[in-house]
Design a binder for this molecule. Structure first.
Ligand code: SF4
Length: 283
């Protein structure tokens, strides 16, 4: 048999590799990133926060489950228009600032990182980026790291997203990235229930306007009224002697915000009814 009639060795086909997407975000959340809009105030003029870094996120970031919601909803149930009872929509300036959010996700992150403010309060209005109630983990952690400048300045925010196991895991990862996330309750009874159900996650809540400085339940849990609501001249910038109470992830009490503004009457009525129904609120 001639040499050149030998069967040639079989070539191993090149291995096909599954390419990983270059983006850090899960593919199905890309729409949330693209649709997101926000604003950044490098030195806020808000009298309550003081001259710190603040941000706003578009009303569509508010979850459909927020009980303070009262406006129109988008097709996925998220808010497209603030409702009257929402504290953020009740204040004239806050509402105006909220309506003016224009920055894209990447523009916002760049501006947050460039700001020299010594501390940051994320989402004076609006909530953490989500897709149908699931917090977009990669994006949320990136935002948390930017807000805290990689843990070099106190940073905090609040969320009304449902405390599912998945969302709570993401909130813990955001805290690791330097931003403390307070679970938002809608009345003192719910706040105490959240403290009991989710230890390790700080809680904040709205409270009736005439609440005492400290509200307790029968198990000794406490809700401490935000000092800026009680004392003239206190702001987030001066709160806690430079360690803002809302930025303390390890505190054993919730923060209470007295209702105010246009939605206060409706909010108080709902809150008093809910608090009356809740077991264990003693003062
Ligand atoms: S408790 Fe302190 S940090 Fe929190 S909102 Fe009030 S003043 Fe700001």
């Amino acid at each position: 048999m001639p040499a050149n009639t030998k069967t040639p060795p079989r070539k191993t086909p090149p291995r096909t590799r599954t390419r990983r997407a270059a983006t850090p975000y899960p593919f199905d959340y890309l729409d949330a990133i693209a649709a997101w809009r926000g604003s950044v105030q490098g030195k806020s003029a808000n009298q309550k926060t003081g001259p710190i870094l603040t941000t706003y996120s578009h009303p569509a970031t508010c979850p459909a489950t927020c009980p303070l919601y009262g406006g129109d909803r988008g097709p996925d149930g998220s808010r497209v228009d603030p409702g009257a009872e929402c504290y953020a929509a009740a204040g004239y300036y806050t509402r105006r600032a909220w309506a003016g959010v224009r920055l894209t996700w990447s523009e916002s992150l760049a501006k947050i990182r460039a700001a020299r403010a010594p501390m940051a309060r994320g989402n004076v209005a609006g909530d953490i980026i989500h897709a149908a109630g699931r917090i977009v983990r990669g994006a949320a952690i990136e935002w948390a790291a930017a807000l805290s400048k990689d843990g070099t300045r106190p940073a905090w925010t609040y969320t009304h997203h449902a405390p599912t196991r998945e969302n709570l895991d993401t909130l813990a990862a955001m805290a690791d990235a330097g931003t403390v996330v307070n679970l938002s309750a809608s009345d003192p009874g719910e706040a105490f229930a959240m403290m009991a159900a989710h230890p390790g996650h700080p809680v904040a809540t709205v409270i009736p306007a005439d609440s005492p400085p400290v509200i307790r339940d029968q198990d000794g849990r406490r809700i401490v009224t935000c000092p800026a609501s009680r004392r003239e001249g206190v702001t987030c910038g001066t709160c806690g002697g430079g360690r803002p109470l809302c930025a303390r992830g390890d505190r054993d009490y919730a923060i209470g915000f007295p209702v105010h503004g246009a939605g206060a009457g409706k909010g108080e009525a709902r809150m008093r009814a809910a608090t009356a129904r809740a077991a264990g609120v003693v003062a």
